[in-house]
Design a protein around this ligand. Structure first.
Ligand SMILES: [Zn+2]
Length: 425
């Protein structure tokens, strides 16, 4: 096997930040912080408090004296600015990892100088195959961090956390660099959609914030899905099949006809980029009662409403064919496209794009086919777009991150402080 020389960093700043980012990532991923949908309290799991306490200790050690962990699992701290009248800027990452794959007993591995081939992990025969991972195949020479193959890595979002910590540590040690007051926030339970709802925006006191929770280096997101749920329930009439003649109304069969009538080209598997969809994720059906549960997504509020109406119309038409059946239709808005809110504060996105350019990136503006903490925070009044972390294959045992790209993300955070410092007054 040939060894490959390590890929260069995007800047001297990134090279200087890399060892700290990596060391922090390796430390944070060892603490199990999986969130749990079944627990209503905040945070949903005690591991998140454990990591929160560790972070508070580290923040105080670098001089952020007000670092605190609140009872709900939120960590906040302030790095005072050194230019007058600059707006207060928030840097955010989430503490929890997804409940959908094991995050217990994570043993991270570093594969220095990636040679472009498949990476075989020691457990569960897990292989990172560059043929199926175009992002990985582009990282020849990078130092790649993985799990041991039987757990998540937890780069989502401990890479983001390590980057924010490394950036703040660097700025705290380099008071000659102009910076605004920075507010650091680490939030629990993002993966179960709760953290941002409970976040104390007023207490945080920032003009705007940035989540470090994206993926590919150079990517920036100020646009997400707008999202709704829609559940169709059909009440039929259950009768013993032996005595059913002319009496039974089969809700399960009506549900089947609704499913068959949904357009083929409006599914997650047949759409991409800016196209929306109706996703049927659960069907529970007996003759007496059937429920079709869906999530509906688009980037455009009007189109989202159209998809929900389409589902309602199809359900009404099918159920109307059987007058004795009864239809119940429930739809709820879940989260908005952050663009609606960020569009009113163009300087927030512009500052991030400028920071990316200063780190040598041609920024890629990527609409996220999902939501972020920023979707909810932006709607609640804290404009919060999302920056990359350098992690990939999230929510799987194949999750990996590039040390070079994580260092770039930390460098972007440092440069972002510089951009905002110039906007003082
Ligand atoms: Zn995340």
């Amino acid at each position: 096997m040939t060894s490959t020389a390590s890929a260069p960093y995007t800047s001297e700043l990134a090279a200087a930040l890399a060892p700290d980012v990596l060391e922090r990532l390796l430390r944070y991923v060892r603490i199990d912080t999986q969130s749990d949908r079944a627990h209503a309290q905040s945070p949903s799991t005690p591991g998140q408090l454990e990591l929160g306490r560790l972070l508070v200790g580290e923040l105080r050690a670098i001089g952020l004296e007000d670092a605190a962990l609140d009872a709900n699992g939120f960590v906040t701290a302030t790095l005072p600015g050194n230019v007058p009248d600059a707006p207060v800027i928030g840097l955010l990452a989430h503490i929890d990892t997804t409940p959908d794959e094991s995050g217990h007993g994570v043993e991270p591995l570093v594969h220095p100088g990636y040679d472009g081939g498949a990476i075989a992990l020691p457990r569960r025969d897990t292989v990172l195959d560059p043929e199926r991972m175009p992002e990985l195949s582009a990282k020849v020479g990078h130092d790649i961090v993985t799990s041991s193959g039987d757990t998540l890595l937890g780069a989502d979002d401990k890479a983001g956390m390590a980057e924010v910590m490394a950036a703040v540590t660097y700025l705290a040690a380099h008071s000659e660099l102009p910076r605004p007051t920075l507010r650091v926030g680490f939030t629990p339970d993002e993966e179960i959609g709760k953290g941002a709802l409970a976040f104390d925006i007023e207490g945080f006191g920032a003009h705007c914030a940035y989540t470090f929770d994206g993926s590919e280096a150079g990517e920036f997101t100020d646009e997400t899905f707008t999202a709704a749920s829609a559940d169709v329930t059909i009440h039929g009439i259950e009768v013993h099949p032996g005595q059913a003649t002319g009496k039974l109304v089969n809700a399960a069969r009506l549900a089947g006809r609704i499913l068959a009538a949904l357009p083929e080209d409006l599914t997650p598997e047949s759409t991409s980029e800016r196209e929306g969809f109706i996703h049927v994720y659960a069907v529970e059906a007996t003759a007496g009662k059937a429920t079709v549960r869906t999530i509906v997504r688009d980037f455009d509020d009007d189109l989202l409403a159209e998809h929900v109406e389409l589902l309602r119309r199809i359900a009404e038409e099918v159920v109307a064919s059987e007058p004795r059946a009864r239809l119940q239709f429930e739809s709820e808005h879940q989260y908005p496209n952050m663009r609606t809110y960020l569009g009113r504060h163009p300087q927030v996105s512009e500052a991030a794009l400028e920071a990316l350019r200063r780190e040598g990136f041609e920024p890629k503006r990527v609409p996220v086919r999902g939501g972020t903490d920023g979707s909810i925070l932006s709607a609640r009044g804290l404009p919060t777009p999302n920056l990359f972390t350098g992690g990939h294959e999230y929510h799987s045992v194949r999750e990996w991150a590039s040390v070079q790209d994580m260092a770039s993300a930390a460098a972007v955070a440092v440069r972002l402080a510089g951009v905002w410092a110039e906007r003082a007054g």
